[in-house]
Design a protein around this ligand. Structure first.
Ligand SMILES: [Zn+2]
Length: 378
């Protein structure tokens, strides 16, 4: 028995002080501290802190001001800090590496011509981020054997099966730690096309929404489907023409639609397919009843070209869709200035100091279809 323990010990290197004199005498460990918006897989969220030991991957919500601290600690074989060792930090895109997501000119080209210069300026200023920016506390380990790396959120989250991510590598001598930093709004769900239940989509690139918003819109669709006495030719489903990318974040050419709390919905008319204010087939009364229902669900912002009751901003360039949001100040998390507007006239916004989940997670009333009524009479 004793012999077996001795053999096992030898195999594990437990009895071999010679190791103390090899290159394996130091250890590099990491701790990750995150203070910001944490969204759970079911789409609920809270502002809070996370500490993770030797994390291999972390997720940053695409809100400016969400900064994480990656602390690297170098110790010797006795567990004592090693000071003064040079630390090299490098980073590169790991997923979502296409230039249209990562290169300023290629990203700017996805926005309308009138705002491209502004986009490039904001990228240069570090407000609109295609990769995760970082700051290193010192080029060498301090008296505690540590360097800290502040890693800031970015906005290239994407529409693929996995979110956009950057791979961070810290090297100290022969030791190395890696960290995958992901950009994602967790918990968003895809919109199914179910016209026979009253809700479908057209022309979507990003087709994700917060689950609470999708559930509310599906009930709205069911109510519309069941609505009797619709005018001849009017579809018995509602059509969503704009939503959010799978992981949220940048959604060109939109300035908004980044958190899953905002949708574009087609107005109603006496034909299926696209309908615009001014078309002979546009039905003002039916569209008014749709706006009324959206207000019932808790819409905070409705932008539309027709000055209907409940529309919060009348904009001539919103003829073929209602832009509807369920967020507080559903604007842009980069910068706000009156001059910063996109082709739809929507503003930039600086969310740095905002710690209210309603700016990022929609507040929606889930009403049963029977509670939603459409008044189609003139
Ligand atoms: Zn919109």
């Amino acid at each position: 028995m004793k012999a077996r323990i001795a053999l096992l010990s030898a195999a594990l290197g437990l009895c071999c002080p010679v190791f103390a004199n090899t290159a394996h005498t130091s250890a590099l460990t990491s701790q990750f501290y995150y203070d910001g918006l944490i969204v759970t897989p079911d789409g609920n969220g809270y502002f809070g802190q996370q500490w993770l030991e030797n994390a291999t991957d972390v997720t940053l919500f695409p809100k400016n001001g969400n900064t994480a601290i990656w602390t690297l600690t170098l110790t010797n074989w006795r567990g004592q800090p090693i000071a003064g060792e040079p630390v090299e930090i490098s980073t590169a895109p790991l997923t979502l590496t296409a230039p249209q997501w990562r290169e300023p000119d290629d990203m700017a080209a996805r926005f309308s011509r009138s705002v491209r210069t502004k986009i490039l300026t904001r990228i240069e200023q570090g407000l609109f981020r295609l990769t995760a920016p970082f700051d290193v506390s010192s080029p060498v380990t301090d008296a505690r054997g540590q360097v800290t790396v502040a890693i800031h959120n970015f906005h290239s989250c994407g529409n693929d099966s996995v979110p956009g991510s950057d791979r961070f590598v810290a090297r100290v001598g022969s030791q190395q730690q890696t960290l995958e930093v992901k950009c994602a709004v967790n918990g968003l769900v895809p919109i199914p096309d179910t016209p026979n239940q009253g809700l479908t989509t057209a022309g979507l690139v990003g087709r994700h929404l917060h689950p609470n918003l999708l559930a509310a819109l599906q009930n709205l669709g069911r109510a519309w489907h069941a609505q009797p006495d619709k005018p001849a030719g009017m579809p018995d489903h509602l059509t969503i023409t704009g939503a959010t990318m799978r992981w949220g974040g940048i959604n060109p050419p939109h300035f908004t639609h980044k958190f899953g709390g905002t949708v574009d919905i087609r107005p109603l008319g006496t034909q299926s397919g696209p309908i615009s204010v001014g078309d002979a087939a546009y039905d003002r009364q039916a569209t008014q009843s749709l706006v009324d229902a959206l207000v019932q669900l808790g819409a905070t912002q409705i932008i539309f070209a027709d000055n209907l009751r409940g529309v919060t901003q009348v904009k001539a360039n919103h003829k073929n869709h209602l832009h509807v949001s369920f967020l507080s100040e559903p604007l842009e998390p980069w910068h706000h200035d009156d001059a910063d507007t996109d082709s739809e006239g929507l503003h930039w916004h600086n969310y740095d100091g905002i710690y209210d989940t309603r700016y990022f997670i929609p507040t929606v009333k889930l009403l049963e279809p029977a509670a939603l009524r459409f008044d189609l009479a003139d």
